[in-house]
Design a protein around this ligand. Structure first.
Ligand SMILES: Nc1ncnc2c1ncn2[C@@H]1O[C@H](COP(=O)(O)OP(=O)(O)O)[C@@H](O)[C@H]1O
Ligand SMILES: [Mg+2]
Length: 336
């Protein structure tokens, strides 16, 4: 289980000709990823999703707050022990082209992490070879076909499966999938999403699914939770179906209502499309979303909302005037 409490991350100012101010990318985020659970992060580009994912996988430091892995704060451990724990949290990134070395066959790609595993577990070369076949089969690839190939000989979907197979070599407890399907051909996406779901359901691997795609979040996050992130803060959080069907924060509503209509059968309701206003810089003492919110009132511009529960299903939000507005979020078209 991973528990994140009041996580804050600031990127320092960059010098040079184009002087930039420090960027506070994550502003006090808290959430829990249970064992074998699923949490989906949804939010626009730049809201801090990748930063949180990189912090969880140990690739990025943080300023304050806590990240607990089974109750342990890894920053207090010696670095060897920390690395050992972080091995179990694997990152799957957006671009499977960049993640694979083009000059290595898939066999070689898998042998590097397997050699470490073999050393750790005192296993033989034969074990490595059979484990390579096993992880490829787990991700739905035919080992005989794929092992001798180079990355460029595979489709984007197959490449992403190889990346996932490589992550599975260490028998991870958690996969952080950061926009893991957004560079993959639409026709192959659903296969990867189903694979993630299967790894969770059959093998008990927890998934942190980072996306800007609501339909994908709903699919992978089923029986899990969704966090809607806006400018480095969780503005709404709840059980996936509950939140996606009845969001109470105007930002979540705008985000969900912007989901394209895939089937085009239903007539648009009054809240089908909630436009977002102009983007403006954060004021600090106000609701960060107020400048873009079509429902904002005076209080929203003078008082910062705190996170409070909505009902008693563990649904929480950060809005002075929450109203459940039903928006139509389309499910994924499964048979396409
Ligand atoms: N290495 C970095 N140095 C400086 N600023 C960064 C760095 N990485 C991300 N940022 C900034 O932090 C904010 C959040 O970025 P990111 O976590 O990548 O968001 P997302 O994944 O939601 O698009 C953005 O404003 C981005 O410009
Ligand atoms: Mg990102």
């Amino acid at each position: 289980m991973i528990e994140v409490k009041h996580l804050v991350k600031t990127y320092p100012a960059r010098g040079g000709i184009l002087k930039q101010k420090p960027v506070q990318a994550v502003k006090g985020v808290s959430f829990v990823l249970p064992d074998a659970g699923a949490v989906a992060f949804i939010g626009e580009s730049g809201c801090g999703k990748t930063t949180i994912g990189r912090i969880l996988t140990g690739l990025e430091s943080y300023d304050s707050g806590e990240v607990l892995y089974d109750g342990v704060n890894l920053t207090r451990l010696p670095s060897a022990e920390r690395r050992e724990k972080l091995r179990k949290v694997q990152l799957i990134q957006q671009d499977p082209y960049a993640a694979l070395n083009p000059s290595r066959t898939i066999a070689k790609t898998l042998m590097a992490p397997l050699a470490l595993e073999a050393k750790r577990q005192q296993k033989s070369k034969a074990w490595m070879a059979s484990r390579a076949r096993e992880v490829l089969a787990l991700v739905g690839l035919n080992p005989e076909v794929v092992l001798p190939k180079y990355p460029h000989m595979l489709s984007g979907g197959q490449r992403q499966r190889v990346v996932i197979a490589r992550a599975l070599t260490v028998e991870p407890d958690v996969l952080v999938a950061d926009e893991a399907v957004s560079m993959i051909d639409v026709s192959l996406r659903l296969g990867i999403l189903s694979l993630l779901l299967e790894l969770r359901n059959k093998h008990g691997i927890a998934i942190l699914f980072i996306t800007h795609d609501v339909a994908a979040a709903r699919y992978v996050g089923q029986d899990g939770r969704v966090c809607v992130i806006y400018q480095g803060e969780v503005v709404e959080e709840g059980v996936t179906d509950d939140l996606i069907q009845s969001p109470v924060h105007p930002y979540s509503q705008a985000l969900l209502s912007a989901v394209p209509v895939l089937r085009g059968l239903e007539a648009p309701g009054p809240d089908r499309y909630i436009p977002l206003g102009e983007f403006q810089q954060d004021e600090g003492t106000a609701c960060r979303f107020a400048p873009r919110c079509r429902y904002a009132e005076e209080r929203c511009r003078t008082e910062k909302p705190r996170t409070v529960p909505y009902g008693n299903g563990g649904h929480r939000h950060r809005c002075h005037f929450p109203v459940a507005r039903r928006v139509v979020a389309e499910p994924l078209e499964v048979n396409s």
